[in-house]
Design a protein around this ligand. Structure first.
Ligand code: ATP
Ligand code: MN
Ligand code: MN
Length: 290
């Protein structure tokens, strides 16, 4: 089969079914990302990026990749960053749809950026509350948790934005002016999570311990650290059914079925509808952490 050319990028084996029998093909993944790139790129470009690559589709082994390699393509850029052990390593990032598609050609399904940009990796401009329900928690409770985080942030003068993860939960994202280092940002998030647990110990937990989590929602504030990532809006997830992490308006989350409510087909429909961007205003919002 001939390669499929998408925005000038050759996608080989476009007929390969990557989400199981009868599911979306590699070619579908490429045309999906081409269609949603105008929505996805503002939150993705210029940030160190980890990708989930699945060379044999979602039924085979997938792996996280954060380091650059020239084989990834001409538009996949490199940035030298300090590693935890003090050494330097080349991390990857993209600025344009061609870079996204070159990563798709290398069997990327998921896109996970940092909460900081490549020019100042030590000064984040996004923080995230990753809402992780344990088995059996009602969607209503998950929505209430997200709303409470939003209200507590508003109490500190901060607007926030919500998306489904494409998995089980929701993510609440806060953009802010660069300045504070990661440690300060993480402590701020821990403070909110701890206050919520103190007020609702029967609903929430702020410790990563899986054993204690039963029946509770884990308010995961630990993503706010240098090198941590979260899945970006409009990214597919490498799971059966091709779910998508979807940015939403706050008034939309109550009527969803769950964190996996959007799949590739629904996301495409949303991308093509003339509705305004659910995260409209995030780029121009000027707010600073207290
Ligand atoms: P769910 O709603 O099912 O929790 P999620 O994307 O929030 O979906 P988490 O396990 O809570 O999944 O992880 C939060 C984020 O942490 C992910 O979006 C991802 O960017 C990052 N992450 C998770 N697991 C890994 C891993 N093994 N390696 C690197 N990053 C990871
Ligand atoms: Mn999560
Ligand atoms: Mn988590």
């Amino acid at each position: 089969m001939e390669p499929l050319i998408v925005d000038g990028v050759a996608i080989t084996h476009p007929d390969r079914e990557v989400f199981g029998d009868g599911g979306p093909t590699k070619g579908d993944v490429a045309t999906y990302y081409e269609a949603v790139a105008p929505h996805m790129l503002p939150e993705l470009r210029g940030r160190p990026l980890s990708v989930v690559r699945c060379p044999r589709g979602t039924s085979g082994a997938c792996f996280f990749q954060k380091h650059h390699a020239s084989a990834l393509g001409r538009h996949v850029k490199a940035v030298a960053l300090k590693e935890k052990d003090g050494g330097d390593a080349e991390y990857l990032y993209v600025d344009d749809v061609e870079g996204v598609l070159e990563l798709v050609q290398m069997n990327t399904l998921e896109f996970h950026p940092w909460g900081a940009r490549v020019d100042k990796p030590d000064q984040p401009d996004r923080l995230i509350f990753d809402i992780d329900p344990s088995e059996g928690v009602d969607w209503k409770a998950i929505v209430a948790c997200a709303r409470e985080i939003r209200e507590r942030l508003q109490g500190q003068g901060l607007e926030s934005f919500v998306r489904t993860s494409g998995g089980k939960g929701l993510h609440v994202v806060v953009p802010f002016r660069r300045g504070p280092a990661w440690g300060k940002v993480k402590a701020f998030c821990e403070g909110i999570a701890d206050a919520m647990v103190a007020d609702s110990p029967q609903g929430y937990i702020a410790e990563a311990s899986k054993a204690k989590r039963e029946g509770l929602i884990f308010i995961d504030w630990l993503r706010n650290t240098r090198g941590a990532t979260s899945v970006t809006g409009w990214s597919l997830r490498a799971r059966p059914g091709a779910p998508v992490a979807m940015p939403l308006r706050w008034d939309e989350i109550a009527r969803l079925k769950g964190g996996g409510a959007f799949d590739m087909a629904k996301a495409l429909k949303r991308a093509r509808s003339s509705e305004t961007d659910p995260w409209e205003g995030i780029a121009s919002l000027k707010q600073a952490l207290p």
